[in-house]
Design a protein around this ligand. Structure first.
Ligand SMILES: [Zn+2]
Length: 413
């Protein structure tokens, strides 16, 4: 006896009674420790077609409801039209064939899935009728539903597709489930992911779409509420859409509304002005970056002259401290300095907000810079290293003491 699917008749049945057909410990590793229960009928949808199964519970029917044992349904699988409920509970669970059980599905979870799934039908049906594209991939996730079409869509076309889908939803058209005869099916232009045999279950969304599908759907298109395409990307020559429907669309709206209001408050403006203000700020930042680069080049030019003079007075090497230059600018300054001096150029860049803490860079064309790193390591516990031409690292201490120690090391080395 195959399992009677109650959602096939009425997708809004959430509580039902049924008789046990079989009850046995589950064998597979995936269901280790669980019990497998088959019933004569069920409202639980089994996993399939890119959609997760229903969850909920089964419980004993007893005179005293408080004494009824309840089992959580954590997985539902269909094999050859037999539906198996995998339940957890105190083992061993020994239910006899014919024993009555009451079942309840998690209705919020089911309704959410029906909203997403039915929204996908309408959108895919419109896309097929409009562009001739097939839905070649579908996944109903816990947060997002993805749909793959085998043809491209422009931004404008996506907007139009979304609009057309919502218009069908708001028309609140009836959703019809039926099993056509082989002759009727032959003449029918319906969407299907695979070649089907036997009885084919057709889901009709008003006048919009005919699609072969086994899952539970809403009874009228209006139940979907709204469809929003939240993301799209090119995928295998076509397009992959991410959509949210109904309650998920509302949650998405609430999140985005809060986000933009918070940004608007930070910018002391209205949400509708945020984009223009951020664009203007971005342009200003770019302008300032260019200005700072020019200033930095000017500063390097002045410092270069100064350091060349100091090196000439001090035996060909110079140790100096910088507050205004970043590492890239300091490196550029040292490279240019080493073109004209014979000894070492050592630059200590003061770390912001950390007195007596520096990033250091040393460079030389004719001498070995590892002498500088070694001296800083031995005397001040500095970290760092590099090649003969350039070393870098970090060091802490008084600048005057560091300079004195380096001068000594350079004269001795
Ligand atoms: Zn469906």
């Amino acid at each position: 006896m195959i399992t009677r699917k109650l959602y096939d008749v009425d997708s809004h049945i959430s509580v039902f009674e049924a008789s046990v057909i079989s009850c046995a410990p589950a064998n597979e590793k995936k269901h280790a420790g669980m019990t497998r229960i088959e019933l004569d009928q069920t409202a639980f949808f089994a996993e399939g077609g890119g959609q997760a199964c229903d969850r909920g519970y089964l419980e004993q029917v007893t005179a005293d409801p408080a004494a009824a044992l309840r089992y959580q349904v954590v997985d539902v699988q269909e094999e050859n039209e037999h539906i198996y409920h995998y339940v957890t509970g105190l083992s061993p669970i020994n239910l006899k064939a014919g024993e009555p059980l009451r079942g309840a599905i998690d209705w919020d979870y089911r309704f959410d899935h029906m909203q997403q799934h039915s929204g996908e039908h309408i959108l895919s049906g419109i896309c097929y009728a409009w562009k001739g594209y097939h839905n070649v991939g579908f996944h109903l996730g816990e947060e997002i539903t993805t749909i793959d079409f085998d043809g491209p869509l422009t931004e404008e076309e996506l907007l139009l597709l979304e609009e057309k889908t919502n218009q069908v939803i708001w028309k609140n058209e009836p959703v019809r489930i039926f099993y056509p005869s082989a002759e009727e099916l032959e003449k029918m232009d319906y969407r299907s992911k695979k070649e089907l045999s036997g009885d084919v279950r057709i889901v009709q969304m008003g006048d919009t779409d005919l699609c072969a599908c086994c899952a539970p759907h809403v009874m009228k298109t209006g139940e979907v509420g709204v469809v929003k395409i939240v993301h799209h990307m090119n995928y295998k020559g076509g397009v992959r859409l991410s959509i949210v429907c109904g309650n998920r669309a509302l949650k998405d709206y609430v999140f985005k509304d809060r986000t933009i209001r918070s940004i608007a408050a930070d910018l002391s403006t209205k949400p509708e002005k945020v984009a223009a203000i951020l664009k203007k700020q971005q342009a200003e930042i770019e302008e300032r970056k260019l200005f700072l680069q020019t200033l930095s080049q000017e500063l390097i030019r002045y410092r270069l002259e100064e350091m060349e003079k100091q090196a000439a007075e001090d035996g060909g090497s110079v140790v100096f401290c910088e507050k205004m230059l970043d590492q890239t600018a300091a490196r550029s300054l040292l490279n240019r300095l080493c073109e004209t001096i014979d000894g070492y150029g050592v630059c200590l860049i003061l770390k912001e907000g950390q007195p007596e803490s520096y990033a250091y860079l040393s460079a030389s064309k004719k001498r070995d810079c590892r002498l500088i790193s070694e001296a800083l390591k031995n005397r001040f516990g500095a970290r760092g290293g590099g090649s003969a031409a350039m070393t870098q690292g970090s060091v802490s201490g008084s600048f005057e003491e560091i300079r004195k120690a380096l001068k000594k090391a350079i004269s001795e080395g």
